[in-house]
Design a protein around this ligand. Structure first.
Ligand code: ATP
Length: 460
């Protein structure tokens, strides 16, 4: 985008102007530099700029409190859409922050690193284009600086590893757009949490977030659940009912387990996404839909596409942006951060106020692969919190043997108690499908929700 941009730089320091000109000439379409801010209105009336770099600290005659803010306001009066980046000295951060509140897109501190300046410019242009694209839909425009997110602004979504920080950073950038997002990752890696986070950080955050577990929908329910139905359209249709697409109107629709739908279902979904309208079962009236679509899967969807089990054209509808969530075992020390977080939660639940994890227990956690990822870690810490005799979780309190891939699964003693048989059957099904809950549920002939309920019941 920067390549096509017309850029104006206003600074009363000619050395700065020269340096910026040298830097930007190969990077942008057109660059105009100006020493005198009084010329800004004239320049804006002649040329439509995409971005203005504006100094905050002119040493000139006007007495306006701060000239940078004064000229920023003038720019905004003339052009609401142009991206404006303030150039400021280190001592003036408060002022720079004020300028962002006054309508600047961002600021850079002098002296800057060239890559940082280019990056900030690219980002500002992208964001202002996105804001223009979505104007008129009644959204809040988001001029806040998107930065590497941490647990502080994500509440419970933890991740300090580089790989998670990159993901949070990416989310900061894509959330305010309307791009469709496909989240891929093993079971329990937090795909649902990430989808919710994207919604919360989008301009649709005050509108509904509708979650549909496609793996739990039976063939016959698929259409009416997603697209709605008319009274009498089929035996159980006792009244007119809107589907999940309509329920998510102006908000976000999260289609979980997208890899589990059949080819005919894929075709129906594709039609809706292409036409951006749904037709309730039993009617002929198309209803326009305005949703942001996030999908997730733990299936190898590209492999499925090469085997003709998943439509490529549907993938391209879903994956404008892809997020690959790494398994917990590839997130370094995050496993400990998360373990401590869960220990803290369960400390409150089980009245062990000062509960902590000792070093040997942490070592044991680090060495284990957690095939069930964060969900498995969470269950494990809950059991440990219950087992811990005092306020310390020791290695002995951590029992990975009942985990979904633990070796003891194979050695389960034969029993004729119905509950034990059920538990063992579940364990075997999960093991057979490498921890894939959806496939295990299918094999067992129950829904994922029913399977999760049983996992809870048997503390698996
Ligand atoms: N980064 C995180 N910080 C804290 N808790 C997390 C994080 N990621 C996931 N969790 C928790 O882990 C559990 C599993 O997360 P979630 O259901 O989002 O995973 P998933 O990948 O969607 O799983 P599935 O594929 O089985 O649907 C949830 O209880 C969630 O709250």
């Amino acid at each position: 985008m920067l390549k096509n941009a017309k850029v104006l730089v206003v600074d009363d320091d000619v050395d700065v102007l020269l340096a910026v000109k040298m830097l930007l000439r190969p990077e942008v379409k057109e660059i105009v530099t100006e020493k005198n801010p009084e010329k800004i209105p004239g320049l804006l009336s002649q040329t439509s700029f995409d971005l203005i770099l504006l100094d905050m600290n002119f040493k000139s005659s006007l007495n306006t409190g701060n000239e940078g803010i004064f000229w920023l306001r003038k720019i905004r009066e003339a052009d609401k859409n142009v991206a404006v980046i303030m150039i400021t000295a280190y001592g003036d951060i408060d002022l720079a922050v004020r300028s962002v509140k006054e309508g600047a897109n961002d600021f850079v501190l002098k002296p800057w690193r060239n890559e940082k300046l280019l990056f900030t410019m690219e980002e500002a242009i992208e964001r202002s284009v996105n804001n223009q694209d979505t104007k008129g839909k009644g959204q809040k425009s988001d001029n806040k600086k998107s930065s590497k997110s941490s647990k502080n602004d994500l509440n419970t979504i933890l991740g300090e590893s580089e790989v998670m920080q990159e993901i949070f950073y990416k989310i900061g950038k894509i959330a305010p757009t309307d791009a469709n997002i496909l989240i891929m990752g093993e079971n329990g890696t937090g795909k649902g949490e990430i989808a919710r986070m994207i919604h919360q950080k989008s301009y649709r955050s005050e509108q509904p977030f509708v979650n549909v577990d496609l793996g739990a929908l039976t063939e016959s329910l698929f259409e009416s659940e997603l697209f709605g139905h008319k009274k009498g359209a089929f035996t159980d249709a006792r009244e007119d009912r809107a589907g999940r697409f309509e329920a998510a109107s102006n908000g976000t629709l999260f289609l979980d387990e997208i890899g589990n739908i059949t080819l005919p279902q894929q075709a129906k979904l594709l039609t809706v996404l292409q036409n951006r309208e749904v037709v309730r079962v039993g009617t002929n009236n198309p209803i326009p839909i305005d949703i942001r679509l996030i999908s997730a899967t733990n299936s190898k969807i590209y492999e499925m596409a090469t085997e003709n089990r998943f439509r490529k054209d549907l993938i391209y509808r879903l994956n404008t942006i892809e997020i690959h969530l790494p398994p917990l075992r590839e997130r370094g020390e995050d496993v400990i951060v998360l373990a401590e977080f869960f220990a803290g939660n369960y400390a409150a639940k089980y009245n062990k106020a000062n509960l902590f994890i000792d070093e040997k227990a942490k070592e044991k956690i680090r060495k284990y692969a957690f095939p069930g990822n964060i969900r498995e870690l969470q269950h494990c810490l809950e059991r440990a919190a219950i087992m811990a005799e005092s306020d310390v979780i020791t290695a002995r309190d951590l029992d990975f043997s009942s985990s979904i891939e633990g070796p003891k699964i194979i050695d389960v003693p034969v029993s004729l108690k119905i509950e034990e048989i059920e538990k063992n059957t579940i364990l075997k099904a999960i093991e057979k499908h490498d921890g894939n809950i959806t496939k295990a549920a299918k094999e067992l002939g129950i829904t994922r929700t029913a399977l999760y309920r049983r996992l809870g019941k048997y503390e698996i």
